[in-house]
Each structure stands twice: as structure tokens, then as C-alpha cells.
Design a binder for this molecule. Structure first.
Ligand SMILES: Cc1cc2nc3c(=O)[nH]c(=O)nc-3n(C[C@H](O)[C@H](O)[C@H](O)COP(=O)(O)OP(=O)(O)OC[C@H]3O[C@@H](n4cnc5c(N)ncnc54)[C@H](O)[C@@H]3O)c2cc1C
Length: 487
């Protein structure tokens, strides 16, 4: 029986764990969070259960059924508060997975080194926010942070909030804000109506197979109407103002490339603003394990979600941004294959059908809501791009203009951009786009370094120093209910 390790217990990881069990595998499911569900089903901890949880989440019954099934299965070991911080290649197993179990900043966390027969990476994505003047003021939130506080803590980020950026994610953010008592003064989508129509309208009959998304969308639209929230397209937040915290923002109409149009500026008084321009995949573990990436920098997978490394699979937002249904379809295919399930089984055929439908949906999403290059037009030379190292747009451009190198690594070292505590998770892609726009030929060398983090998350030096190399396994995989591990 194959030992399958699933990293990440969001929609993709949960579906992978369930499918791996169906195919007869022994499953270990890890997540750094203290609850299962990932970003989509983020909820209050079990110690503080909410009566209305079901009303706040789409697909809540799907989630609770999956969770019940996995929690009651003796062949599934679930470990929460389990941070995978490094992956090593080794002979005999596809990867050695190093885990710290315990509260994130606590000392003395339990150390595990797992040697499974197969791994499913389902580590999801970070939300991406483009910089603008004043975005480092208190009261400016990423959409994901606002969503996490609303869903995971029932905290509204402000009383009078503007939501802006690009993509359908703005709608659940606005809905969560209203559910936590905030007044949402508007939702601004930077793409113009014509771009949205061009992205969504072709071959509308193909959308019939993604009706779950249409139902979800209808729920958000109803919320908008009920709370009379204006939704404007072709408009962006181009600056935030305030001293101690944000008190107002400037919005402006933007053209199809997102270049701000002079003379269209408006001031909106707010005490918080939530900005989100899409998502960036969390690739560090997959890269460390040797997985190849696609040209648009997602984990490359084959028909059964296997990466180029035998025994390593990937599913969900790390293979492409497509939402919960695509994540679950990919997870079910990956988990099944990782546990050695036969490739022509009905269960996996259904997963493939759903995957095809939702991949087409994801392509529309990108065409309609993707980031356009004109956003750098709302930066001024003082705008902070890398918040950890306080690198401004001017300094970044200066670093590129002062040399003929096209190496991202070298430009990062000379400007310090993306080298701070977040290791470029927040600013990395924006730094790259700005630099690429300045160097000869418009293309950087060694761009993949931006996602390479051999130590995947910040850990204590004590934990690093205390690390021992894994010892040889003491039991064969077939005898052990969990991946071989040493502590
Ligand atoms: C902040 C945020 C909020 C979102 N909210 C919504 C929403 O409200 N509605 C919506 O439609 N879409 C939302 N999305 C998009 C949403 O993430 C996807 O549609 C869906 O959840 C993707 O599922 P997934 O399983 O691929 O990833 P996720 O749901 O992100 O799950 C990945 C899991 O992997 C775990 N993980 C990652 N790295 C490690 C590690 N090193 N060690 C251990 N565990 C790890 C994470 O803790 C997480 O639980 C949100 C995205 C983000 C980034």
C-alpha cells in the first residue's frame, strides 16, 4: 500500500487525500494552519465554533463531509500546525520532507522528516497586490488579509471600506466585509467592461458545465444589490492618503492597459481599503523538490497531475489559478494516481471531465481579469515597492539603469528588493515586472530565482541548528500506517 503525503489541506489537498484513500493508499495530510479547509473554507477554530459558518461559505457541506470522512478514517493521519519548511531529494524516495509541528513562533516544535512513496503538493497561492503610493499605510489591506480576518476571526478591517483591484475574488471580499458589519463603498475592477466581455463572452455554452461558479456568482451579485454596493470597471486605486492610517484614496479611470487617465481622479473617504490583483502560486517546495515549471511559472504537470519528478504530484492553485472547483478536480486526480489507482477508473474519468471544464474557465478568468502592464504608470519615484527592505520605485529603476546586466539575481542584490523577511512573496513579481521593463530586451535572466526559497518559511535559528538528518526507515512502507519518519 503506497504511503501518500499530501501537503496542504485546502480544497485540492482534501480532495487528493480522499481520492488517495479511495485508491487504497495510506495518507498523511499536513497543513500549517490549525484547521483544515485552506483559503476557501477558512473558518473559526473548533474551540470557537460559529453557528452561522454554513451561511458564510459556498460548498460548506462539501467541506464538512470531506473533513468528516478523512477524520474518521484510521488510514488517514491529519497533522495541523505542521509547517513543511524544507524538501530534499534523496535516492529511494521521491523526497524527504522536513516538518515542524506546533504553534508558528513557538520554540521546541516537534521535528519530523518524512519519506513517503508519493507526495501531492497542494500548497495554494498568495494573493497579489500591486504597489501604489501610500499602500504601506495602516488601513491598506490585501484582499486576502481582509478575507482571512473576516472568515477566520470575524473581524472587519474598517467601517467604511473600498475594495479594488482585479478579478472575481473582489466579490467574496466585499461579501465577507458586509457580513462582518463594514460598509463597502464600492468595488473597482481595473479591467474595462470591453476586456471583461472579450474574456468571458466567447462560446458562452461552454460555461454551462461550470454552473457551480454561476451559482456562486449569483450569490455575490445578490449581496451587492442588497447592500447597494456600486461596481465600477476600468477604475483603480492609484494612491492612498493619511498620516497614522488611511483616511482617503484617489481613484482614477485607467485605459485597457491600466495606464491611469489624467483628469479622471476622484477622492473617496475611507478608513480601510482592500486591494487584490490576483494570486501568485506558492512554489518553493515544488521547486526545491526539482519540479519543472511552465513558462508562466506554475508547476508543470502531466495528465495524472504528476510533475516531471516520478512520485511527485501537484494540484490546485500551484498548477494554475482557477478557483476551488478546478483545485478539487486536480486534487482528486493527483491523489488517485499518487496512491496507484488505475488510470481508467470511473472516479478519475469524472475528475478529468471537471478539470477540463474548469481549466477552460480559468483561461477566461485570466483573459478577462489578468494584470495589464500599464500599472507602473501610477507609481512615483518615492513609492515603496519592496516593503520589507523599503526599496522605492526610483531606487529600483536606478539600479537597473546603472548597469547593463539582465540578471534578476544581480539586480536584487544591488537594490536589496525582495531580499527581506517575506523573501519576495509580497513584492517579488512586481519587482520583476518593473525591472524587466527597464533592462535591454525587456527580459530578465534567471527569473525563477524569485520563487526559490530553500528554507520555505521563516524558522528559528534554533530549529535550524537542531535539525538532524533523517535516519534510515525502521519499517517498510507497507507495514507502517504513515510515511516513514524520524524525529
Ligand atoms: C488569502 C486568500 C484568500 C482566498 N479566499 C477566497 C475566497 O474567499 N473565495 C474564493 O473563491 N477563493 C478564495 N481564494 C482563492 C482560493 O485560494 C482558491 O480558489 C482555493 O482555495 C485553492 O485551493 P488550494 O487547495 O489550491 O489552495 P489553498 O486553499 O490555498 O490551500 C493550500 C493550503 O496549503 C497550506 N500550506 C501551504 N504551504 C504550506 C507549507 N509549507 N506547509 C504546510 N502547509 C502549507 C496552506 O496553509 C493552505 O491551507 C483565496 C486565496 C487566498 C490566497
Amino acid at each position: 500500500m503506497a504511503d501518500v503525503l499530501v501537503i496542504g489541506a485546502g480544497p485540492a489537498g482534501l480532495a487528493a487525500a480522499a481520492a488517495a484513500r479511495e485508491a487504497g493508499g495510506e495518507v498523511t495530510l499536513l497543513d500549517s494552519s490549525d484547521v483544515l479547509g485552506g483559503q476557501y473554507w477558512r473558518h473559526l477554530p473548533d474551540s470557537r465554533p460559529a453557528e452561522r459558518e454554513r451561511l458564510l461559505h459556498h460548498g460548506w457541506d462539501t467541506f464538512t463531509a470531506l473533513r468528516r470522512r478523512l477524520e474518521s478514517d484510521p488510514h488517514v493521519r491529519i497533522v495541523t500546525s505542521a509547517q513543511v519548511w524544507a524538501i530534499e531529494r534523496d535516492t529511494g524516495v521521491p523526497a524527504v520532507v522536513h516538518v515542524l509541528v506546533g504553534p508558528p513562533d513557538a520554540g521546541g516544535r516537534q521535528r519530523l522528516a518524512l519519506r513517503p512513496d508519493a507526495v501531492v503538493f497542494a500548497t495554494g497561492a498568495h494573493d497579489r497586490t500591486l504597489p501604489f503610493p501610500g499602500w504601506d499605510l495602516p488601513g491598506v489591506f490585501t484582499g486576502g488579509a481582509a478575507q482571512a480576518l473576516a472568515k477566520g476571526e470575524r473581524i472587519a478591517v474598517g467601517r467604511r471600506v473600498l475594495v479594488a483591484g482585479a478579478g472575481p475574488f473582489l466579490l467574496p471580499v466585499a461579501a465577507s466585509l458586509t457580513q462582518t458589519g463594514a460598509t463597502v463603498v464600492g468595488v473597482l475592477e481595473a479591467n474595462r467592461l470591453s476586456t471583461l466581455v472579450k474574456g468571458w463572452a466567447p462560446r458562452p455554452w461552454q460555461l454551462a458545465s461550470t454552473h457551480a461558479k454561476a451559482r456562486e456568482l449569483a450569490g455575490y451579485v445578490a449581496n451587492h444589490v442588497r447592500h447597494a454596493i456600486p461596481y465600477r470597471t476600468g477604475r483603480a486605486v492609484v494612491a492612498a492618503h493619511g498620516t497614522d492610517r488611511v483616511t482617503s484614496v484617489t481613484t482614477a479611470a485607467v485605459d485597457a492597459a491600466w495606464t491611469p487617465i489624467a483628469g479622471t481622479e476622484r477622492t473617496v473617504e475611507v478608513d480601510a481599503v482592500c486591494v487584490s490583483h490576483g494570486f501568485t502560486p506558492r512554489l518553493e517546495l515544488a521547486i526545491a523538490a526539482g519540479c519543472a515549471l511552465t513558462p508562466d511559472r506554475f508547476v508543470m504537470t502531466g495528465p495524472d497531475q504528476q510533475t516531471n519528478v516520478v512520485g511527485l504530484y501537484a494540484a490546485g492553485e500551484i498548477t494554475g489559478i482557477g478557483g476551488v472547483d478546478l483545485a478539487m478536480a486536480e486534487g482528486s486526480i493527483a491523489g488517485w494516481a499518487a496512491a496507484g489507482g488505475p488510470p481508467d477508473d470511473k472516479a478519475v474519468r469524472d475528475g478529468r471531465r471537471r478539470r477540463a471544464a474548469y481549466r477552460a474557465f480559468a483561461a477566461r478568468l485570466e483573459a478577462a481579469h489578468g494584470i495589464r502592464p500599464g500599472w507602473t504608470g501610477w507609481l512615483d519615484s518615492h513609492t515603496i515597492v519592496c516593503r520589507c527592505e523599503e526599496v522605492s520605485f526610483g531606487r529600483l529603476c536606478g539600479a537597473a539603469d546603472a548597469t547593463s546586466t539582465t540578471s534578476l539575481r544581480s539586480l536584487k542584490l544591488s537594490s536589496r528588493a525582495a531580499l527581506g523577511i517575506c523573501q519576495g512573496r509580497m513584492c517579488g513579481r512586481s519587482v520583476e515586472e518593473i525591472l524587466a521593463g527597464r533592462v535591454a530586451g525587456g527580459r530578465l535572466r534567471d527569473e525563477v530565482v524569485a520563487d526559490q526559497r530553500p528554507i520555505a518559511v521563516p524558522i528559528r535559528l534554533g530549529d535550524l541548528a537542531a535539525r538532524r538528518d533523517p535516519e534510515p526507515p525502521t519499517a517498510s512502507p507497507s507495514q507502517s500506517p504513515t510515511p516513514n519518519e524520524t524525529e
